[in-house]
Design a protein around this ligand. Structure first.
Ligand SMILES: Cc1cc2nc3c(=O)[nH]c(=O)nc-3n(C[C@H](O)[C@H](O)[C@H](O)COP(=O)(O)OP(=O)(O)OC[C@H]3O[C@@H](n4cnc5c(N)ncnc54)[C@H](O)[C@@H]3O)c2cc1C
Length: 468
């Protein structure tokens, strides 16, 4: 049976893989010949400050791997550098395609960009759901509204989930991949894109991502018990692969189901929840989800913000987490909550400053999750931590880093202290500090604020606003 289209272009963006891929599967089903294209987007790249940004290396490596995968089927990846609003219509015209297929992206910038691309294309622009299982409008309350609270959202989500249907729509037939294409990837080494190689803490590409998922599946049974402990290596580390689509979201859910990873599945559903919120309410990028806090002004100082960013607050677990982030681009989820809560409640600094720092540093930075996580921690978001339940950073430290191992690794100036003393060095006797080679205020800071005092101030800040 002949297919409706002669030639199609599939534009990959946050779906840098060749398997279990809805736009690619659909294009292969509908077109005799399918060409895959990627654009190094200058609008995004020019805002990145570090020339060795590890995300660019991760993307570049993943894109190269897609090209190698296509080459195995006699095809090649078409790569362009520039503004996709110009580049995609140009590429489509050069190739003479009958349609362009792509996976939907829910960020405000992407929505705007895609609307312009659609306008400029001379052929249909087919956008398809691929990045999530359910997108905005698909999981709704009985009254037909988007959910504002996670638990009922997750229940409704689970009721709708049909993994076998989703899987069938994403099967790619490589026989349709276009042949005899000029290789274009080699034309765009990192240097030509304006960057140098960084060292992502985990390698890019579909092969590494799927291997990571397989390895995690073997230990998924221990996830629920160990996921909150940063030194136990219990979480999947897949966030960056889900971000760039080097692992398919559907496959992650299939593994969760097959391996009995129910708790892990709940975390994947948090990701869907935050994607849903961003798509429904793009204003959350600028302002609080909870309208009661739109006028909240955080009185915290620049000096305190800087101590937080540098990992020099005198709160060892907070400092260890921030130094880990700054040096590697990774931070464990428990620590993300601890440092975000600390910045907003102990230092009373606007969550948007912390959010922006995470956006610069995290390899897995994803607007929806990062914004959701920050708004949750600052008590201004959807189903957020109640403002009066402020984490005690010392208790968090003693509970989730009981041996002080994480602290010793990232705050080496405290490593000579016995494990139980690493959480609160300011309470250690002068003799013991001396024996460990520590001079507080010199080799390691005193706590820059008093948690008990700041906690009360934070609660007052929120309750005053609610009362007013
Ligand atoms: C302040 C703050 C900022 C955050 N910023 C980001 C971000 O930029 N990008 C990002 O992917 N995640 C973010 N998260 C969520 C979470 O911390 C990471 O997804 C998780 O630590 C990644 O590790 P993992 O892949 O080993 O997770 P696992 O525990 O193995 O979880 C599996 C997947 O579920 C999703 N997930 C897990 N926890 C959450 C959560 N709390 N909210 C939403 N999705 C979740 C992620 O896609 C993750 O890869 C943030 C959380 C907080 C509190």
């Amino acid at each position: 049976m002949s297919k409706p289209l002669r030639r199609a272009l599939v534009w990959i963006r946050r779906d840098l893989r060749l398997y279990d891929h809805v736009p690619l599967a659909r294009a292969c089903a509908e077109a005799d010949e399918v060409v895959v294209g990627f654009v190094f987007d200058t609008t995004i790249l020019r805002d990145l400050q570090d020339k060795d940004d590890t995300r660019v290396t991760f993307i570049h490596d993943s894109v190269m791997e897609v090209d190698r995968g296509l080459a195995e089927h006699g095809s090649r990846l078409m790569v362009r550098y520039g503004d996709p609003v110009e580049e995609i219509p140009k590429l489509a015209a050069e190739l003479g395609v009958d349609a362009v297929f792509t996976g939907r992206d829910y960020e405000p910038y992407a929505n705007h960009r895609d609307a312009e691309v659609a306008q400029r294309l001379a052929c249909p622009f087919v956008t398809l759901k691929d990045h999530v299982i359910f997108e905005a409008g698909e999981v709704l309350t009985q009254g037909g509204d988007p959910f504002r609270v996670y638990s009922p959202y997750a229940r409704a989500w689970r009721t709708r989930f049909r993994p076998e249907v989703d899987a069938a729509e994403a099967v790619v037939d490589p026989a349709a991949f276009g042949k005899n294409l000029e290789p274009h990837v080699q034309d765009w080494p990192l240097e030509k894109v304006g960057f140098v190689r960084g060292e992502p803490w985990t390698p890019g590409g579909e092969a590494a991502g799927r291997e990571n998922l397989r390895a995690f599946a073997r230990k998924i049974g221990r996830y629920a018990a160990n996921r909150d402990f940063p030194t136990r290596d219990a979480t999947s580390g897949l966030s960056v692969h889900l971000r760039f689509g080097t692992v398919s979201t559907r496959e992650a859910f299939r593994v969760a189901l097959a391996e009995g990873g129910d708790k892990w599945m709940s975390e994947l559903i948090w990701r869907e929840f935050y994607q849903d919120i961003l798509a429904n309410l793009p204003d959350v990028v600028e302002t609080t989800f909870n309208s009661a806090y739109r006028d909240l002004e955080f009185p915290g100082s620049d000096e305190h913000y800087q101590a937080w960013e540098d990992g020099m607050t005198g709160y060892p677990l907070v400092d260890a987490a921030m130094r880990c982030l700054n040096q590697t681009g990774w931070m464990h989820n428990r620590l993300r909550m601890v440092v975000a809560m600390f910045l907003t409640k102990d230092l009373l600094v606007d969550y948007r400053r912390g959010e922006a720092h995470f956006a610069r540093k995290l390899l897995d930075f994803d607007l929806a999750q990062n914004n959701g996580g920050w708004q949750w921690s600052a008590s201004v978001g959807a189903d957020a931590a109640p403002y009066f339940r402020v984490f005690n950073p010392y208790l968090q430290s003693e509970k989730f880093d009981p041996e002080g191992e994480f602290i010793a690794e990232w705050v080496p100036e405290l490593a000579a202290l016995p494990a139980h003393q690493r959480h609160r060095p300011h309470e250690v006797s002068p003799m013991e500090l001396l024996a460990a080679g520590i001079e507080l205020g010199k080799t390691y800071p005193y706590p820059i604020v008093d948690h008990a005092v700041q906690k009360d101030l934070a609660i007052k800040l929120f309750s005053d606003l609610r009362g007013s």
